[in-house]
Design a protein around this ligand. Structure first.
Ligand code: SF4
Ligand code: SF4
Length: 102
C-alpha cells in the first residue's frame, strides 16, 4: 500500500467483531466503543486489516492537498460555466428559429 494512504473504518458497516484488531501487527486498532478505531500513528499501512474484515468496513483514503482540491474545484467551475454558456447559446438558437417560423 502507498505510504500516504489513510485507513478509515466505516461506522455504518463495522460489526465490532475485532478480527482486524487481532490481525494487526502494530496493535493500531482498538474497539473503544464497540467499533474499530485505527491509530494512524501506529499503522504501517500493511493492509492486513483490509483483507480480514468480513464487512469490507475498512477503506482507504488518499489524502488530497488543498492545492489539488482547489484545482479540482476550479476545473469543475470552468466546466459548469462552459455547459451553462452552451445551454444559453442553444436557447438563443431555438428562440431565433421560432421567430423565423413566424
Ligand atoms: S474486522 Fe471489520 S467488522 Fe470486524 S471490527 Fe474490524 S472493521 Fe469492524
Ligand atoms: S494496515 Fe496494518 S498496521 Fe495498519 S491498522 Fe491495518 S493491520 Fe494494522
Amino acid at each position: 500500500m502507498k505510504d500516504d494512504l489513510v485507513l478509515r473504518v466505516r461506522k455504518d458497516l463495522c460489526l465490532g467483531c475485532g478480527l482486524c484488531a487481532e490481525s494487526c501487527p502494530r496493535q493500531a486498532i482498538s474497539l473503544p466503543s464497540g467499533q474499530a478505531q485505527i491509530d494512524q500513528n501506529r499503522c504501517n499501512r500493511c493492509g492486513l486489516c483490509l483483507d480480514v474484515c468480513p464487512q469490507g468496513a475498512i477503506t482507504e483514503l488518499t489524502p488530497v492537498s488543498r492545492r489539488e482540491l482547489q484545482a479540482a474545484v476550479t476545473g469543475l467551475k470552468d466546466r459548469t460555466e462552459d455547459i451553462l454558456a452552451r445551454i444559453e447559446r442553444l436557447k438563443g438558437n431555438s428562440d431565433r428559429a421560432k421567430q423565423d417560423e413566424r
